[in-house]
Ligand binder design. Structure first.
Ligand code: KG4
Ligand code: ZN
Length: 339
């Protein structure tokens, strides 16, 4: 394609204020992320009120930086893509209101993007050859979805979590063993010093949904184990607990993915979302895909966790499909994929 479609993307669904400029869906010209992690660490998790307030403080600056890093002004931009759900309503509203204001003032078309569609689309950025159909496992702090990407913007959800998301389980277990927030990267780090076979935690299966996940049982098993140790006055080996918990999550994720690859005869498999930056999970997925002769895709860690480049990638395919939002676009905290 000769024509360049330049999209300014905005993401503010949780605790990162982010803006990016993406050309033709795959060429990231800028990717600015202002993380609030340090602020929320004090409270052991994301505080929605604080998140909204910080987004308001940062959003203008982040957008200006994204345009200037891309060496562009609003005059160069063909469309604005913004996450409108799912996420924290107050946080989402900041991005949506900002995007609408720019769209109205500068006369630039507006596109509402689903956050999970963004995570999936992060895979397009560094894997230029990746095209649907493929299977994608989205594992983040809020979501655990096994999705069949049938076409750009077309998704079939094969399974999802019945309770906690994978990242949420990482965060809760990390807190229980005294590692603090955000749990995922901390558990991954200490697990390198631990033995993944030291403690046998359950690999949860959901009886009536082959591809559904359940992580709250695993979290309870870890808490029970910790309580048991305390009561018996047995010292807790933090690294062994972390490594054994991580192994249990990895086994379940790989098992579900392998099953879906076989059933749907897919030759490409991708992972996405914050938990997809976990090295142990990646390695296990890579190994499984290699054995099956399936191509394995994953974004770089910076494109796994929340960012706006992935929203720009998703918005491009929505743009090509003619999807446009009006100035009545609203934040939808529980937006379903495919709506
Ligand atoms: O995608 P994301 O930035 O935000 C959501 O959309 O939820 O994901 C954040 C989640 C957190 O739960 C965090 O603990 C987890 O991703 N995470 C990880 C790792 N890095 C981030 N989990 C496991 N291993 C990691 N290296
Ligand atoms: Zn996310």
């Amino acid at each position: 394609m000769n024509q360049e479609i330049k999209i300014l993307a905005i993401e503010s669904s949780c605790d990162e204020t982010a803006a990016a400029v993406v050309v033709n869906g795959r060429d990231v010209r800028s990717n600015v992320i202002s993380s609030q992690i340090d602020l929320h660490t004090l409270y052991g998790g994301v505080v929605p009120e604080i998140a909204s307030r910080k987004h308001i403080e940062k959003i203008d600056q982040v957008i200006e930086q994204a345009l200037s890093d891309a060496d562009m002004t609003l005059k160069d931009i063909d469309a604005i893509g913004v996450t409108y759900g799912p996420g924290l309503v107050g946080a989402l509203l900041v991005g949506v209101a900002e995007a609408k204001a720019i769209s109205y003032a500068a006369g630039i078309p507006l596109i509402g993007v689903h956050h999970i569609e963004g995570h999936i689309s992060a895979n397009y950025i560094e894997n230029k050859e990746l095209e649907p159909p493929f299977l994608c496992l989205v594992v983040s702090g809020g979501h655990t979805h096994l999705v069949k990407v049938t076409d750009y913007g077309k998704y079939e959800i094969l399974g999802k979590t019945r309770d906690d998301a994978a990242g949420e389980a990482f965060d809760k277990v990390a807190r229980a063993i005294g590692l603090g927030y955000p749990g995922g990267p901390k558990i991954e780090k200490v697990s390198h010093e631990g033995n993944p076979e030291a403690i046998s935690f359950p690999r949860a299966k959901v009886a009536d949904g082959v591809y559904d996940f359940s992580f709250s049982g695993l979290k309870s098993a870890v808490l029970n184990y910790l309580n048991g140790c305390k009561m018996k006055d047995i010292p807790i080996n933090q690294a062994d607990v972390a490594a054994s918990f991580q192994k249990s999550v990895t086994d379940v994720l790989v098992d579900h993915a392998a099953h879906a690859i076989d059933e749907y005869h897919m030759d490409s498999f991708a992972i996405a979302g914050g938990v997809a930056s976990n090295g142990t999970i990646r390695k296990a997925m890579e190994e499984m895909c290699r054995k099956k002769g399936v191509k394995f895709y994953h974004p770089s860690p910076i494109l796994c966790t929340d960012n706006a480049a992935m929203i720009g990638a998703a918005a491009y395919y929505d743009y090509l499909a003619g999807k446009r939002a009006g100035l009545d676009l609203n934040a939808i905290p529980n937006l379903k994929l495919g709506e």
